[in-house]
Design a binder for this molecule. Structure first.
Ligand code: DGY
Length: 328
Protein backbone atom coordinates (compact mmCIF):
# COMPACT_ATOMS: atom_id res chain seq x y z
CA UNK A 1 0.00 0.00 0.00
CA UNK A 2 1.33 3.43 -0.85
CA UNK A 3 1.79 5.39 2.36
CA UNK A 4 0.65 8.79 1.19
CA UNK A 5 1.30 10.88 4.31
CA UNK A 6 4.73 11.71 5.48
CA UNK A 7 5.22 12.39 9.19
CA UNK A 8 8.20 13.23 11.37
CA UNK A 9 8.69 12.02 14.94
CA UNK A 10 11.18 14.22 16.72
CA UNK A 11 12.66 11.51 19.02
CA UNK A 12 12.45 7.81 19.70
CA UNK A 13 9.04 7.13 21.30
CA UNK A 14 7.45 3.90 22.56
CA UNK A 15 6.59 1.34 19.91
CA UNK A 16 2.93 1.63 20.99
CA UNK A 17 2.73 4.93 19.10
CA UNK A 18 5.26 4.33 16.39
CA UNK A 19 3.53 1.20 15.11
CA UNK A 20 0.21 3.08 14.85
CA UNK A 21 1.89 5.69 12.64
CA UNK A 22 3.85 3.20 10.58
CA UNK A 23 0.65 1.40 9.53
CA UNK A 24 -0.54 4.30 7.44
CA UNK A 25 2.21 6.88 7.03
CA UNK A 26 5.83 7.13 6.03
CA UNK A 27 7.67 7.96 9.25
CA UNK A 28 10.93 9.88 9.61
CA UNK A 29 12.41 9.61 13.11
CA UNK A 30 15.00 11.84 14.76
CA UNK A 31 17.28 9.12 16.08
CA UNK A 32 19.62 11.24 18.21
CA UNK A 33 19.57 11.29 22.01
CA UNK A 34 19.38 15.10 22.15
CA UNK A 35 16.60 17.10 20.48
CA UNK A 36 17.10 18.60 17.02
CA UNK A 37 18.15 22.26 17.07
CA UNK A 38 16.14 24.85 15.14
CA UNK A 39 17.84 24.15 11.81
CA UNK A 40 17.74 20.38 12.23
CA UNK A 41 14.06 20.53 13.22
CA UNK A 42 13.17 22.54 10.10
CA UNK A 43 15.05 20.04 7.96
CA UNK A 44 13.40 17.04 9.67
CA UNK A 45 9.90 18.47 9.24
CA UNK A 46 10.42 19.66 5.65
CA UNK A 47 7.91 18.05 3.30
CA UNK A 48 5.96 16.42 6.16
CA UNK A 49 2.17 16.51 6.51
CA UNK A 50 2.31 15.97 10.26
CA UNK A 51 4.75 16.07 13.15
CA UNK A 52 4.80 14.23 16.45
CA UNK A 53 6.73 16.65 18.64
CA UNK A 54 8.12 16.73 22.17
CA UNK A 55 8.08 19.49 24.74
CA UNK A 56 11.72 20.20 23.85
CA UNK A 57 10.77 21.26 20.30
CA UNK A 58 9.95 24.91 19.82
CA UNK A 59 7.22 25.36 17.21
CA UNK A 60 6.57 28.97 16.22
CA UNK A 61 5.12 30.95 13.34
CA UNK A 62 8.44 31.33 11.52
CA UNK A 63 8.98 27.57 11.56
CA UNK A 64 5.41 26.91 10.40
CA UNK A 65 5.84 29.44 7.55
CA UNK A 66 8.77 27.40 6.29
CA UNK A 67 6.66 24.20 6.34
CA UNK A 68 3.69 24.90 4.07
CA UNK A 69 2.71 21.24 3.90
CA UNK A 70 2.49 20.70 7.66
CA UNK A 71 -1.12 20.37 8.83
CA UNK A 72 -0.92 18.69 12.25
CA UNK A 73 1.44 19.08 15.21
CA UNK A 74 0.77 16.38 17.79
CA UNK A 75 2.63 17.03 21.02
CA UNK A 76 3.75 14.04 23.12
CA UNK A 77 2.77 15.88 26.34
CA UNK A 78 -0.24 17.39 28.00
CA UNK A 79 1.57 20.74 28.20
CA UNK A 80 1.98 22.62 24.92
CA UNK A 81 3.83 25.77 25.96
CA UNK A 82 6.52 24.79 23.42
CA UNK A 83 4.03 25.53 20.63
CA UNK A 84 2.74 28.94 19.57
CA UNK A 85 -0.89 27.81 19.31
CA UNK A 86 -2.14 31.16 17.99
CA UNK A 87 0.42 31.05 15.19
CA UNK A 88 -0.65 27.48 14.39
CA UNK A 89 -4.37 28.38 14.39
CA UNK A 90 -3.75 31.38 12.12
CA UNK A 91 -2.06 29.03 9.65
CA UNK A 92 -4.71 26.33 9.93
CA UNK A 93 -2.35 23.93 11.66
CA UNK A 94 -4.01 21.60 14.16
CA UNK A 95 -2.29 21.24 17.54
CA UNK A 96 -2.92 18.15 19.70
CA UNK A 97 -1.76 17.03 23.15
CA UNK A 98 -2.03 14.05 25.52
CA UNK A 99 -4.27 14.90 28.49
CA UNK A 100 -5.79 12.38 30.92
CA UNK A 101 -3.50 9.44 30.10
CA UNK A 102 -0.72 10.83 32.32
CA UNK A 103 -2.81 12.28 35.12
CA UNK A 104 -2.39 9.44 37.62
CA UNK A 105 1.31 8.92 36.93
CA UNK A 106 1.97 12.63 37.45
CA UNK A 107 -0.11 12.81 40.62
CA UNK A 108 1.64 9.70 42.01
CA UNK A 109 5.02 11.22 41.25
CA UNK A 110 4.07 14.49 42.90
CA UNK A 111 3.39 12.49 46.03
CA UNK A 112 6.68 10.62 45.67
CA UNK A 113 8.49 13.98 45.58
CA UNK A 114 6.48 15.44 48.45
CA UNK A 115 7.10 12.44 50.69
CA UNK A 116 10.75 12.18 49.70
CA UNK A 117 11.33 15.82 50.62
CA UNK A 118 9.23 15.70 53.80
CA UNK A 119 10.97 12.58 55.08
CA UNK A 120 14.44 13.43 53.70
CA UNK A 121 14.67 10.20 51.73
CA UNK A 122 17.52 11.19 49.34
CA UNK A 123 19.63 12.44 52.27
CA UNK A 124 18.88 9.24 54.19
CA UNK A 125 19.95 7.03 51.29
CA UNK A 126 23.11 9.09 50.87
CA UNK A 127 23.80 8.78 54.61
CA UNK A 128 23.65 4.97 54.53
CA UNK A 129 25.67 4.72 51.31
CA UNK A 130 28.37 6.91 52.83
CA UNK A 131 28.77 4.43 55.71
CA UNK A 132 27.55 6.98 58.30
CA UNK A 133 24.86 4.74 59.86
CA UNK A 134 26.30 3.87 63.27
CA UNK A 135 23.25 3.48 65.50
CA UNK A 136 19.57 4.30 65.95
CA UNK A 137 19.48 7.94 66.92
CA UNK A 138 16.46 9.85 68.26
CA UNK A 139 17.63 13.01 66.48
CA UNK A 140 18.74 11.49 63.20
CA UNK A 141 17.36 12.91 59.92
CA UNK A 142 14.16 14.31 61.35
CA UNK A 143 11.64 15.28 58.70
CA UNK A 144 8.19 16.82 58.56
CA UNK A 145 4.95 15.01 59.38
CA UNK A 146 2.70 14.67 56.32
CA UNK A 147 -0.37 13.11 57.88
CA UNK A 148 -2.73 15.77 59.18
CA UNK A 149 -0.71 18.65 57.66
CA UNK A 150 -2.08 21.28 55.27
CA UNK A 151 -1.46 20.92 51.55
CA UNK A 152 -1.95 23.84 49.16
CA UNK A 153 -2.58 22.94 45.53
CA UNK A 154 -2.06 25.76 43.04
CA UNK A 155 -3.92 24.68 39.90
CA UNK A 156 -6.81 22.33 40.63
CA UNK A 157 -7.13 20.88 37.15
CA UNK A 158 -6.95 17.22 36.20
CA UNK A 159 -3.62 16.54 37.92
CA UNK A 160 -4.22 18.85 40.89
CA UNK A 161 -7.49 17.05 41.58
CA UNK A 162 -5.77 13.66 41.66
CA UNK A 163 -3.17 15.09 44.02
CA UNK A 164 -6.04 16.30 46.24
CA UNK A 165 -7.69 12.86 46.24
CA UNK A 166 -4.45 11.27 47.43
CA UNK A 167 -4.09 13.94 50.14
CA UNK A 168 -7.34 12.75 51.71
CA UNK A 169 -5.65 9.43 52.42
CA UNK A 170 -3.21 11.38 54.58
CA UNK A 171 -6.05 13.12 56.45
CA UNK A 172 -4.76 16.47 55.28
CA UNK A 173 -6.44 19.86 55.23
CA UNK A 174 -6.61 20.64 51.52
CA UNK A 175 -6.46 24.20 50.19
CA UNK A 176 -6.61 25.04 46.51
CA UNK A 177 -6.09 28.09 44.36
CA UNK A 178 -7.52 28.13 40.86
CA UNK A 179 -9.35 30.90 39.01
CA UNK A 180 -11.84 28.29 37.72
CA UNK A 181 -13.53 26.81 40.78
CA UNK A 182 -15.15 23.36 40.61
CA UNK A 183 -17.42 23.58 43.64
CA UNK A 184 -18.82 20.07 43.18
CA UNK A 185 -15.33 18.53 43.25
CA UNK A 186 -14.30 20.72 46.19
CA UNK A 187 -17.32 19.68 48.21
CA UNK A 188 -16.98 15.99 47.38
CA UNK A 189 -13.28 15.90 48.25
CA UNK A 190 -13.02 18.27 51.20
CA UNK A 191 -11.12 20.99 49.32
CA UNK A 192 -11.34 24.65 50.33
CA UNK A 193 -10.69 27.23 47.62
CA UNK A 194 -8.63 30.16 48.92
CA UNK A 195 -6.57 32.99 47.48
CA UNK A 196 -3.00 32.23 46.46
CA UNK A 197 -1.84 34.41 49.36
CA UNK A 198 -3.81 32.41 51.93
CA UNK A 199 -2.67 29.14 50.40
CA UNK A 200 0.98 30.19 50.66
CA UNK A 201 0.62 31.45 54.22
CA UNK A 202 -1.21 28.42 55.61
CA UNK A 203 0.20 25.41 53.75
CA UNK A 204 2.86 23.04 55.03
CA UNK A 205 3.24 21.70 51.48
CA UNK A 206 2.64 23.83 48.40
CA UNK A 207 2.36 21.93 45.12
CA UNK A 208 2.07 23.52 41.67
CA UNK A 209 -0.09 22.13 38.87
CA UNK A 210 -0.76 25.10 36.60
CA UNK A 211 -0.12 25.25 32.87
CA UNK A 212 2.70 27.60 31.87
CA UNK A 213 1.20 30.78 30.41
CA UNK A 214 2.13 34.46 30.48
CA UNK A 215 0.03 34.71 33.69
CA UNK A 216 1.65 31.79 35.50
CA UNK A 217 5.29 32.52 34.58
CA UNK A 218 6.99 33.27 37.92
CA UNK A 219 3.72 32.68 39.78
CA UNK A 220 6.07 31.81 42.64
CA UNK A 221 8.72 34.51 42.97
CA UNK A 222 10.35 36.26 45.96
CA UNK A 223 7.14 37.81 47.41
CA UNK A 224 5.31 34.49 47.23
CA UNK A 225 8.21 32.56 48.76
CA UNK A 226 8.33 35.16 51.54
CA UNK A 227 4.71 34.42 52.36
CA UNK A 228 5.35 30.71 52.85
CA UNK A 229 5.99 29.17 56.26
CA UNK A 230 9.66 28.67 57.11
CA UNK A 231 8.77 25.00 57.68
CA UNK A 232 7.06 24.62 54.26
CA UNK A 233 8.10 22.47 51.32
CA UNK A 234 7.47 23.56 47.71
CA UNK A 235 6.80 20.89 45.06
CA UNK A 236 6.74 21.60 41.33
CA UNK A 237 5.58 19.08 38.73
CA UNK A 238 4.16 21.65 36.29
CA UNK A 239 6.70 23.70 34.33
CA UNK A 240 10.01 25.12 35.56
CA UNK A 241 9.34 28.80 34.74
CA UNK A 242 6.30 28.83 37.05
CA UNK A 243 8.95 29.39 39.76
CA UNK A 244 11.54 32.17 39.65
CA UNK A 245 14.67 30.03 39.96
CA UNK A 246 16.89 32.74 41.46
CA UNK A 247 14.26 33.58 44.07
CA UNK A 248 13.94 29.92 45.01
CA UNK A 249 17.70 29.52 45.39
CA UNK A 250 17.72 32.55 47.70
CA UNK A 251 14.75 31.27 49.74
CA UNK A 252 16.40 27.87 50.23
CA UNK A 253 19.74 29.47 51.12
CA UNK A 254 18.17 31.83 53.67
CA UNK A 255 16.00 29.04 55.12
CA UNK A 256 12.97 31.18 54.38
CA UNK A 257 11.34 27.90 53.30
CA UNK A 258 12.41 24.45 54.45
CA UNK A 259 12.80 22.65 51.15
CA UNK A 260 11.78 22.06 47.57
CA UNK A 261 11.17 19.06 45.36
CA UNK A 262 11.27 19.75 41.64
CA UNK A 263 10.34 17.56 38.71
CA UNK A 264 10.76 20.56 36.42
CA UNK A 265 13.24 23.41 36.47
CA UNK A 266 14.16 26.58 34.62
CA UNK A 267 16.30 25.99 32.66
CA UNK A 268 16.08 22.31 31.79
CA UNK A 269 18.34 20.52 32.17
CA UNK A 270 20.03 22.07 35.19
CA UNK A 271 23.81 21.66 35.28
CA UNK A 272 25.03 19.25 37.97
CA UNK A 273 26.72 22.09 39.86
CA UNK A 274 23.60 24.29 39.99
CA UNK A 275 22.68 25.31 43.57
CA UNK A 276 19.26 23.64 43.30
CA UNK A 277 21.00 20.35 42.49
CA UNK A 278 23.67 20.59 45.17
CA UNK A 279 21.64 21.97 48.10
CA UNK A 280 20.64 19.30 50.60
CA UNK A 281 17.21 20.88 51.06
CA UNK A 282 16.28 20.57 47.39
CA UNK A 283 15.43 17.46 45.38
CA UNK A 284 15.62 17.65 41.59
CA UNK A 285 14.54 14.86 39.24
CA UNK A 286 14.77 15.08 35.43
CA UNK A 287 11.16 15.89 34.41
CA UNK A 288 10.03 12.31 34.88
CA UNK A 289 6.60 12.73 36.48
CA UNK A 290 4.84 10.91 33.63
CA UNK A 291 7.63 8.38 33.15
CA UNK A 292 6.02 5.00 33.72
CA UNK A 293 6.08 2.31 31.05
CA UNK A 294 2.29 2.22 30.95
CA UNK A 295 1.79 5.98 30.78
CA UNK A 296 4.43 6.58 28.13
CA UNK A 297 2.81 3.84 26.02
CA UNK A 298 -0.55 5.57 26.39
CA UNK A 299 0.95 8.97 25.55
CA UNK A 300 2.60 7.55 22.42
CA UNK A 301 -0.61 5.84 21.32
CA UNK A 302 -2.72 8.96 21.91
CA UNK A 303 -0.22 11.27 20.20
CA UNK A 304 -0.16 8.95 17.18
CA UNK A 305 -3.97 8.64 17.02
CA UNK A 306 -4.30 12.43 17.34
CA UNK A 307 -1.91 12.88 14.44
CA UNK A 308 -3.66 10.40 12.16
CA UNK A 309 -7.13 11.76 12.92
CA UNK A 310 -5.90 15.28 12.16
CA UNK A 311 -4.41 14.17 8.85
CA UNK A 312 -7.71 12.52 7.90
CA UNK A 313 -9.51 15.80 8.64
CA UNK A 314 -11.31 14.23 11.61
CA UNK A 315 -11.56 15.64 15.14
CA UNK A 316 -8.67 14.08 17.10
CA UNK A 317 -9.28 12.49 20.52
CA UNK A 318 -7.40 15.42 22.09
CA UNK A 319 -6.79 18.67 20.27
CA UNK A 320 -5.86 22.08 21.59
CA UNK A 321 -7.20 24.26 18.75
CA UNK A 322 -9.63 21.85 17.06
CA UNK A 323 -12.51 24.33 17.32
CA UNK A 324 -10.56 27.07 15.56
CA UNK A 325 -8.95 24.92 12.89
CA UNK A 326 -11.57 22.32 12.05
CA UNK A 327 -14.46 24.81 11.85
CA UNK A 328 -12.66 27.21 9.51
C1 DGY B 1 3.61 16.90 29.99
O1 DGY B 1 2.98 15.98 29.48
O2 DGY B 1 3.35 18.08 29.79
C2 DGY B 1 4.72 16.52 30.94
O3 DGY B 1 5.47 17.57 31.35
C3 DGY B 1 5.54 15.40 30.38
O4 DGY B 1 4.77 14.28 30.52
Amino acid sequence: MALSWSVAVTRQIPEAGLSVLQESTTVKIWEEKLPPDEVQLRKLLAGCDGALTLLTDSIDGALLDSLPRLRVVSNFAVGYDNIDVNAASERGVLVCNTPDVLTNATADHTWALLLAAARRIPESIEFVRAGKWETWDPLLLLGQEVSGATIGIAGLGRIGKEVAKRARGFDMRILAFDPYEDEAFAEAHGVAYVTLEQLLEESDFVTLHVALTAETRHLIAAPELDRMKSSAILVNASRGPVIDTEALVAALRNDSILGAALDVTDPEPLPADHPLVTMPNCIVVPHTASATVQTRDRMADLAARNLLAGLRGERPPASVNGDEVLNR
